[in-house]
Design a protein around this ligand. Structure first.
Ligand code: GLU
Length: 518
C-alpha cells in the first residue's frame, strides 16, 4: 500500500546535537525530498530531568545552517502539532488510559527501595530476569496483584505510581528493518517498561509511538542505538491496534571513532582537535556543568561540504562518485544502500570535501567570504584587490580562514624568511638582480603580472641569468616563503611600491646575515 512519505527527526533537547544526529536529520530530509514527502521536526522533551533549555535553539540553528528545513516543526507549526512533546501531555494521557482500559498497561506503586530489593533478590538468585516482567510483576505492588479497592484507594490518596506496559508473555516480534533486514525478538526479552512516570510525564517509548502514529509517520529513520527499543515499539503499535499502519523502520549505522574502535564521542573530538558538533555551543548541561561544543561551522567548514561528507558516512552510492550536489543526493539516496556496519569518522575526508567545495565556489563568492574576514580584522582593501587575492588563493586552501596562512603576505611584510631558501639561494648576484628589479618597480605602481615578468626577464637577460636562478629568492624576499601562488600575480596585487620596499628590507636583513657568515 503506497502512502505519502512522512518522516520525522525527533531529537531530545538534552544537549548539543551530535554530528550523528545531523546525519540522521539529513537522511530523513533526503528521503522526504526524494518522495515529495514531508520532514517533521519533533522535539522530544519529556525527560525533564535531562532537559537543557538552550538545546532546542541549538538544534534549530544547526539545521538552519545545514539548510535542512523541516516542513512541519514547533517553529513553523503544521496540521499535526503541537510538535513539542511537553505540549502534548493531554494526548498521551488519553492513550495511556486506553492501554489501562484494555489491560495493556497497569499501575505500579513500588517504591525505589522495593525495586532495589527486587533487583538484589534477582541478583542473589543469579536470575537473568528483567526487574519487571511477566514473572516478577506478580511479586510486586501493582494493579495486577493488589485488590481493586486497594488500587482505587491508593489512586485517590495520591500515592506515587508509574504506569507500566504489560508485555505479553509469549510473543514473537518481527521487524523488517530497511537497513538490517529481519530482526526477530521474543517478548520475554522485553521488560514491562514504564510508559508514564510518577511526575505524570510519558516516557520516550509511549510518546514516540503515539506521535509517530498521530503524525502519520511512514518511515522511522533513526540511529542504531534505538534498534533495541524497536520491538517494544512494535508491541505498543499492536496494543493500540495500529500495527497495520505502523511505520517502516530503518536504523542507521553508528558513527565510529577514527580508528573504528567504538562510538564517536565528544571526547574524540576534544582529543584529536576536530569538531563533532555542527556549530559552536556553550551551555550548562543537565548536571549544571558548563559544556563547550566545537562546531564544524566555526572550524571553517562549508555546510554543503559537511552535508556531502555526512551523506557518504553510512550511505554507499554504489559508484565511485564522491561529490554530489544537493539535488543529486536527493535523487540518488536510497535506504537500501545504507551500510549495516558502522562508519569510521575520517576528518581528513571532511577536509577534502571542504577543499573541493571551496574550489567549486564562484570567485566572486570566495571574494565576498574573504572580504568579510578581511573587514572583520579592520583591514581596508579595495574590492577588486580582494577578488584578485581570492583568485590567487582559490586552489590552495582547504578552509576559508587559510586565507591568513596561505595569503598572510598580502596583508603584511614578512617578518620571517624561509631559512632553507635563503641558505640555498641568497647569493650576491641574486641580490644585485633583485635590487635592480626593485628599483625599476618603484617607478611603476600599477604593474601587471605580464609587465613584471618582462621587466624581470630584461634584467636577467642583461645579467646572463635564468628565471630559475632568481624566482625562489624573489619569492622569499616578497612573501617570506619558499612556495605559493603565482609570484608575478602577487607582485601585481601588491603593487610596485610595496614590492620595492619588501625587496629592500630583505636585502638589508638577509645581506647582513650573509656577510656575517662569510
Ligand atoms: N528522542 C529520540 C532521540 O533523542 C528519538 C529517537 C527516535 O527517532 O525514535 O534520539
Amino acid at each position: 500500500m503506497e502512502r505519502p512519505v512522512r518522516v520525522r527527526f525527533a531529537p531530545s533537547p538534552t544537549g548539543a546535537l551530535h554530528i550523528g544526529g545531523l546525519r540522521t536529520a539529513l537522511y530523513n530530509y533526503l528521503f522526504a525530498k526524494q518522495h515529495n514527502g514531508a520532514l517533521i521536526l519533533r522535539i522530544e522533551d519529556t525527560d525533564q530531568a535531562r532537559y537543557v533549555p538552550e538545546a532546542e535553539s541549538y538544534i534549530n540553528d544547526s539545521l538552519n545552517w545545514a539548510d535542512i528545513i523541516p516542513d512541519e516543526s514547533p517553529e513553523k507549526g503544521g496540521a499535526f502539532g503541537p510538535y513539542k512533546q511537553s505540549e502534548r501531555k493531554a494526548i498521551y494521557h488519553e492513550y495511556i488510559q486506553k492501554l489501562l482500559d484494555t489491560g495493556w498497561a497497569y499501575y505500579a506503586f513500588d517504591t525505589a527501595e522495593e525495586l532495589d530489593e527486587m533487583r538484589k533478590r534477582l541478583k542473589a538468585a543469579k536470575a537473568n530476569a528483567l526487574t519487571y516482567n511477566g514473572v516478577t510483576r506478580n511479586q510486586m505492588k501493582n494493579s495486577l496483584t493488589l485488590p481493586k479497592e486497594a488500587v482505587e484507594e491508593k489512586l485517590k490518596n495520591g500515592d506515587a505510581y508509574v504506569v507500566r506496559f504489560k508485555v505479553p508473555l509469549k510473543e514473537d516480534i518481527r521487524i523488517n528493518d530497511l537497513v538490517r533486514g529481519w530482526v526477530m525478538v521474543h517478548s520475554t526479552a522485553i521488560d514491562d517498561k514504564v510508559i508514564m512516570k510518577s511526575d505524570g510525564m510519558p516516557t520516550y517509548h509511549l510518546a514516540n509511538v503515539v506521535d509517530d502514529h498521530l503524525m502519520k509517520i511512514s518511515h522511522v529513520i533513526r540511529g542504531e542505538e534505538w534498534l533495541p527499543s524497536a520491538p517494544l515499539h512494535v508491541l505498543l503499535y499492536r496494543a493500540f491496534g495500529w500495527e497495520d499502519s505502523m511505520p517502516q523502520f530503518a536504523h542507521l549505522p553508528l558513527l565510529l571513532k577514527p580508528d573504528g574502535n567504538g562510538k564517536l564521542s565528544k571526547r574524540d573530538g576534544d582529543k584529536h582537535g576536530f569538531p563533532v558538533f555542527p556549530i559552536d555551543g556553550s551551555f550548562l548541561d543537565a548536571h549544571g556543568n558548563d559544556e563547550k561544543f566545537n562546531g564544524f561551522r566555526e572550524a571553517g567548514y562549508l555546510p554543503e561540504a559537511l552535508i556531502n561528507f555526512l551523506a557518504l558516512l553510512g550511505w554507499n552510492p554504489g559508484t565511485d562518485q564522491e561529490l554530489f550536489t544537493r539535488d543529486e543526493l536527493i535523487n540518488e539516496f536510497a535506504l537500501d544502500r545504507i551500510n549495516k556496519a558502522g562508519a569510521k569518522f575520517d576528518i581528513e575526508k571532511a577536509k577534502w570535501f571542504n577543499q573541493q567545495y571551496i574550489r567549486k565556489m564562484d570567485p566572486e563568492e570566495l571574494a565576498m567570504a574573504f572580504a568579510k574576514r578581511i573587514e572583520s580584522k579592520g583591514i581596508s582593501l579595495p574590492k577588486d584587490r580582494i577578488r584578485e587575492i581570492a583568485v590567487c588563493l582559490h586552489d590552495r586552501i582547504e578552509f576559508l580562514d587559510d586565507l591568513w596562512v596561505e595569503g598572510d603576505f598580502f596583508f603584511a611584510t614578512p617578518d620571517y624568511y624561509d631559512e632553507k631558501v635563503v641558505k640555498k639561494r641568497w647569493t650576491a648576484s641574486l641580490v644585485e638582480a633583485l635590487s635592480i628589479f626593485a628599483e625599476k618597480l618603484s617607478e611603476t605602481e600599477n604593474v601587471s603580472n605580464v609587465e613584471a615578468k618582462s621587466i624581470l626577464e630584461g634584467i636577467l637577460g642583461e645579467k646572463g641569468m635564468g628565471l630559475g636562478q632568481i624566482m625562489q629568492g624573489l619569492r622569499v624576499a616578497i612573501t617570506g616563503k619558499g612556495g605559493g601562488p603565482d609570484l608575478m600575480k602577487i607582485i601585481e596585487i601588491l603593487g610596485g611600491h610595496e614590492v620595492n620596499l619588501r625587496i629592500a628590507k630583505a636585502v638589508e636583513l638577509l645581506t647582513v646575515k650573509e656577510e656575517k657568515d662569510d
